[in-house]
Design a protein around this ligand. Structure first.
Ligand SMILES: C[S@@+](CC[C@H](N)C(=O)[O-])C[C@H]1O[C@@H](n2cnc3c(N)ncnc32)[C@H](O)[C@@H]1O
Length: 299
């Protein structure tokens, strides 16, 4: 009979109290290959203890005592898809914050403010935060676009999409509810304009911003299935750092195809080195890695 988590944590000698055996090299290879094949994330050998810890936590939760048995569960059991979805959330780093990279956000604001008014009036601006985690980045973009449109005295015609591989992260992003600590250090005027107090020390994004942001679950390795096209801004930071160089290039190429001519692509500093993505022109900046898509696809 299956024991409850409580029984197991109090029963000395039960499997939950036992330390999982160390992961050997072949097992590490097997898990690393699966993770990289399905998500693009490449785990260096130094991160073996990260893998052991996070697999271990999940294995204890479901009462699985060997890495091999758990591997079978993730790849071939009837609930493999659901289990994988839970596991991927545990194996991804979801650290994020509002206005995380001020220089990059300033570049985005300058980009909007210097666009021809006629263009901004004709068609809503579309921005996409790729690997958006729990939503702080796409909501920051929404605040920024709103501020810029206000400054230009234009109606707030824009839409933001946030996408991530983790369903729990996307669910949290969709709620638009954050711990008040997340606003520490943020400009007071922005706090007042875009957040309102909610229950138990949390704050909520105001409706007029929330309604401009939508979220979807999307693996960046599956960009060919993504419906996003003609984006004015694609913002992808702190995701490609987990990928090998060749894969970063592939993904950047795919993202570039999703930009509108004249659209802006922003990555994190140092996330792509020694390579010029075709069809894109580097934005001169010391602190921000960004490109504009050329008007025609000629080099
Ligand atoms: C460190 S967070 C970055 C969040 C935000 N972009 C920022 O810079 O603050 C990385 C995010 O990438 C997501 N991620 C990892 N692999 C992914 C993949 N293959 N497809 C889509 N998202 C992925 C993770 O779930 C995580 O939320």
């Amino acid at each position: 009979m299956a024991a409850t988590r409580n029984d197991l944590s109090t029963a000395p000698g039960s499997w939950s109290m036992r330390r999982l055996p160390d992961m050997d090299e072949a097992q590490f290879d097997q898990w690393q290959t699966l993770l990289e094949h399905r998500t693009g994330i490449s785990l260096a050998p130094e991160r073996k203890s990260f893998l052991e810890t996070n697999l271990g936590i999940r294995m204890r939760e479901i009462g699985c005592s060997s890495y091999q048995a758990y591997y079978e569960k993730v790849v071939s059991s009837p609930d493999a898809v659901v289990e994988w979805s839970t596991l991927v959330d545990r194996l991804t780093v979801q650290e994020t914050r509002f206005f995380r990279d001020p220089d990059a956000f300033k570049l985005v604001a300058d980009y909007i403010l210097t666009r021809p008014r006629e263009v901004l009036k004709q068609r809503p601006l579309e921005a996409w935060s790729v690997g958006c985690s729990t939503g702080e980045e796409p909501y920051t973009l929404a605040m920024l676009l709103n501020e810029s449109m206000n400054q230009l005295e234009l109606p707030p015609l824009f839409g933001i999409t946030g996408s991530d591989i983790s369903k729990p992260a996307i669910d949290k992003a969709q709620r638009g509810l954050f711990n008040a600590r997340k606003l520490l250090g943020m400009d007071e005027a922005l706090k007042t304009r875009y957040f309102r107090p909610a229950e138990r020390n949390s704050v909520e994004i105001v409706e007029r911003i929330r309604e401009r942001v939508c979220f979807t679950r999307l693996n960046v390795l599956d960009l060919k299935h993504a419906p996003m096209h003609g984006m004015n801004i694609i913002y992808c930071q702190n995701l490609l750092i987990y990928f090998r160089r060749w894969r970063r290039r592939e993904i950047v190429k795919r993202l570039a195809e999703r930009l509108a001519p004249g659209g802006l692509l922003v990555l994190g500093q140092g996330e792509l080195t020694d390579w010029q993505p075709p069809g894109l022109q580097r934005v001169p900046s010391e602190n921000v890695l960004a490109w504009i898509r050329r008007q025609s696809d000629e080099e």
